[in-house]
Design a protein around this ligand. Structure first.
Ligand code: ATP
Length: 844
């Protein structure tokens, strides 16, 4: 078949059904092929054929629903363009597909379908172009007063006339719909009628741009070049949707690089970043959209324009207001709040503060994160939390290089993108849980972030240009400093946040936790009342924690149970209103006073027959019904009923704990067995304790199995530290092990209300240990009455809340004599001073 212009196409053509672009004669378009029919066409026709004829295919535009073309063939567009596949590229990523480069030859109309599978084969007829005289008439329509148009006209003069409308339509920026109209215009006159308004619109748009926007000489040159250049036609940048300069969304096949370029210039980024962006933009313009790298570059540029290079919030710091806000948000924590206020005050006086990074260290649930949030509120800044727990890849902090597949920026840059300002408060949560792996050390990457000397030029691998982090206020939280790398710790000011006492917890519960939970569950204080003694019971019998998180959860459980009752009550009230004569309800009314309390029977009923009397008061019985039987009991006195048991105090990242030490002896050859997952230091403490007792056995009248003075003769000893699955280490159990063994060898019971901590030496001295506050709070929680501590830890007692100090007796011991004397009722025989109550006992 001859087109009249010398082009011949076969009368039967395999059809490529496209949904993403319109091929016009004279233009070259890249199509991505992934639907089954099109894939078959490529593999069975284009890749197998050997003649030129086999590379000619028909391209039918705008096929609906490309994904579903395994179903019935959709109604095809009647007019298509025959084209030569000049390039076929196959790829398996992200899914198997081909990319075809097709140059349009001429129009055809489909006269009949020959087969539908595996690909569509159709009988086609070329459409004949009409007389050329209109073409010349149309040319006169061009506005030659515009120099660009004049140049353009000269260029068009060199093209075959009948090719002009198609060439025009494919080079200027139009929607698929408009291109389809040009394709459908079979007569040349009609085609010109369709294409010319588009050209005029484009020219007007360019003129408008020139008027409304200052454009640099480079830009202008580019715009002019595009206007006068007839090839290549597709995927070439054409500046924006010129008739609506503010419009951000592009049409589906639109080339929106112009809008992107505007955003790049408007992002107020650093000079280096702008240079990189412009370079990338230039590459982007040359890339076909179907190339995978196009999306990568596009994403990169989108991120660059979204980053808050120079967008910040204004600090509105008023120290008095900050104090009120901190006090309102958090009960107790006086030391922490004082330090935070100092920090804020200095910030107020000196705005460009390269201040220390605050690191709140304490057990879970003591309010570290929520203080960080309050600081952001007092400053009027955005808040963003970065959870670092388990992060073991440094690219999590610094991002991946863009050469990696699936590369992303790090959490710092992502956070900045999220908050969209460059001076937020970043809370680096759980810095002590950073890991290390083959992918590098994230803690090392954090060094640069947290160092005020370096962080003004933080370079994320993905961005590859420096971003200024000096305005960001970093706050870190951790459960312990032991696992924070020293270099990182050195850059931070550690503020200890200890656990709460029972009284503090009760206050926190009634001021914050209960009102919060009521609100979250849609309840009011008029509907639910939790008395103070119930709260105390929950704290002592249902939770054993330094913070208040688990306590808050218990209140949540109570609220849920009550919400069911209240909701049922509503339902009943409504029914009651609709049938006031119902006798069962009359009966219910007389019982309604019982329904106010949640007793076990009533809670287990599927519905409450009458609305409960409000407020519903939670007493111990209702508590047991909702939360089950108590989880913890005061076990100290029960476990100290035999010789060879003593209570120690341990510190863990989760707060203080009481720790039992048990010893037993049996006939043997003097072996010591230690169990309970002990670390080396703790094992050494046990050996030290045994050695000291052997050396002083005579003084203290200790005996072995056979009654001799060496405790190990004919005797094996087993020392066990219960909660055997939990690893324990550290020297502070020394005094407890000595006391436990002294009890075993003397056959006397250790006082059941005493707990102790302290490191020992071979000479019987007691050395100071850490975590005194948390340990004493744990002893207080467990109902202990007296605590034995090293003399040199006496100063730490000042940090304790007054009520704890009043409730407990403290014995400060410098040597083991004093420890044993205080641990046994009536003192210990052989010690320097045997008293009923030790002289060092003090009530601070
Ligand atoms: N002193 C307090 N006053 C009022 N509410 C508090 C106080 N301490 C903790 N809370 C509340 O306890 C809950 C847990 O606090 P938060 O999440 O801040 O604990 P955290 O110390 O950050 O714990 P983690 O170490 O597990 O992250 C929050 O709802 C918080 O409001």
């Amino acid at each position: 078949m001859d087109s009249g212009g010398g082009i011949q196409i076969p009368s039967r053509l395999p059809l490529l059904l496209t949904h993403e672009g319109v091929l016009l004669p004279g233009s070259t378009v890249r199509f991505s092929v992934d639907s089954p029919r099109n894939m078959h066409l490529v593999s069975q026709r284009l890749l197998k054929g050997t003649s030129l004829k086999s590379t000619i295919i028909g391209v039918i535009p705008n096929t609906r629903d490309p994904e579903n073309d395994t179903d019935d063939l959709p109604t095809l567009h009647k007019i298509g363009t025959a084209g030569i596949a000049v390039q076929v590229v196959g790829s398996n990523w992200p899914k198997p597909h081909y990319t075809l480069l097709i140059t349009g030859l001429c129009r055809f109309s489909v006269s009949g379908l020959l087969k539908e599978r595996p690909f569509v084969l159709a009988e086609v007829r070329m459409t004949t172009p009409s007389s050329l005289e209109y073409t010349l008439n149309c040319f006169s329509m061009l506005d030659m007063s515009v120099p660009v148009v004049a140049k353009f006209r000269r260029l068009l003069d060199s093209l075959p006339r009948e090719a002009l409308p198609d060439v025009l339509a494919s080079m200027i920026r139009t929607s698929n719909k408009e291109k389809l109209q040009v394709l459908d215009a079979v007569t040349l006159e009609e085609r010109f009628k369709k294409a010319l308004p588009m050209l005029t619109r484009q020219i007007e748009g360019l003129k408008l741009i020139k008027k409304t926007r200052k454009i640099g000489p480079d830009n202008e040159k580019r715009v002019t070049n595009i206007c006068i250049s007839p090839f290549p036609f597709n995927n070439v940048l054409f500046p924006g949707r010129q008739f609506n300069l503010d419009e951000e969304d592009e049409d589906e096949d639109g080339d929106d690089t112009a809008a992107l370029e505007r955003k790049v210039h408007g992002a107020k980024m650093s000079e280096a970043a702008l240079r990189v962006c412009l370079k990338e933009l230039k590459r982007l313009k040359k890339m076909p959209q179907s190339m995978p790298e196009y999306a990568l570059t596009r994403n990169y540029l989108d991120l660059m324009v979204e980053l808050p290079w120079s967008k910040s919030t204004k600090d509105c710091l008023d120290i008095r207001a900050a104090r009120t806000l901190l006090d309102n948000d958090h009960y107790a924590m006086d030391k922490l709040k004082r330090r935070v206020l100092e920090y804020l005050a200095v910030r107020q006086l000196k705005t460009s503060l390269k201040g220390p990074i605050l690191c709140f260290v304490g057990p879970p649930g003591v309010g570290k994160t929520s203080v960080g949030r309050s600081i952001a509120r007092t400053l009027g800044r955005e808040f963003h939390r970065i959870a670092l727990g388990g992060v073991c890849d440094q690219s999590d902090i610094r991002g991946h290089r863009r050469t990696y597949v699936g590369s992303m920026p790090g959490r710092i840059i992502n956070g900045l993108k999220t908050v969209a300002v460059n001076n937020p408060v970043f809370l680096l949560d759980e810095v002590d849980k950073l890991g290390k792996s083959l992918q590098g050390d994230p803690a090392a990457a954090l060094l640069e972030v947290l160092d005020p000397e370096q962080n003004h030029s933080f370079t994320d691998h993905y961005l590859n240009v420096a971003f200024d982090l000096s305005q960001v206020l970093f706050i870190a939280t951790a459960n312990t400093t032991a696992t924070i790398p020293p270099a990182l710790l050195d850059r931070m000011e550690v503020l200890q946040v200890p656990g709460y006492t029972q009284e503090e917890k009760v206050e926190i519960a009634h001021r914050h936790l209960i009102p919060n939970q009521l609100e979250q569950h849609g309840l009011t204080p008029q509907q639910l009342h939790i008395p103070q003694d119930t709260t105390q019971h929950i704290i002592s019998s249902y939770t054993r924690e330094a913070g208040v998180r688990s306590l808050e959860r218990k209140f949540g459980a109570i609220c849920r149970a009550v919400a069911v009752k209240v909701a049922e009550g509503h339902r009943v009230t409504k029914t009651e209103a609709s049938s006031p004569e119902d006798p069962t309800q009359q009966e219910g009314k007389s019982r309604s006073s019982n329904c106010g309390r949640l007793d076990p029977v009533r809670l287990s009923l599927p519905t409450c027959a009458v609305p409960p009397e409000l407020p519903i008061v939670i007493d111990h019985v209702a508590l047991k019904d909702i939360l089950g039987p108590p989880l913890f009991e005061m076990e100290v006195s029960e476990r100290l009923t035999l010789p060879g048991v003593a209570v120690g105090l341990a510190w863990t990242p989760l707060g203080g704990e009481i720790l039992f030490v048990e010893a037993s002896r049996m006939e043997g050859e003097g072996q010591l067995t230690l169990t309970g997952q002990l670390g080396d230091v703790m094992k050494e403490s046990a050996h030290l304790a045994i050695s000291w007792l052997r050396a002083n056995a005579k003084t203290y009248q200790l005996t072995n199995m056979v009654g001799g003075p060496d405790p190990l003769e004919a005797t094996d000893i087993h020392l066990h530290f219960p909660a055997g699955a939990v690893t324990k280490d550290g020297p502070s159990a020394g005094v407890t092990i000595v006391t436990c063994l002294a009890s075993l060898f003397s056959g006397r019971l250790v006082r059941s209300d005493v707990a102790m901590t302290g490191e020992i030496t071979l000479r019987g001295l007691v050395l100071p240990v850490g975590g005194i506050k948390d340990k004493v709070l744990a002893a207080h929680r467990a109902g202990v009455k007296s605590v034995i501590l090293p003399k040199r830890n006496e100063k730490d007692l000042e940090e304790l809340p007054a009520n704890v100090r009043a409730d407990l007796d403290f014995v400060t011991a410098a040597n083991l004599d004093q420890v044993l004397n205080a641990a046994f009722d009536g003192g210990f025989p052989g010690t320097a001073s045997t008293h009923t109550h030790p002289q060092l006992s003090s009530k601070l």
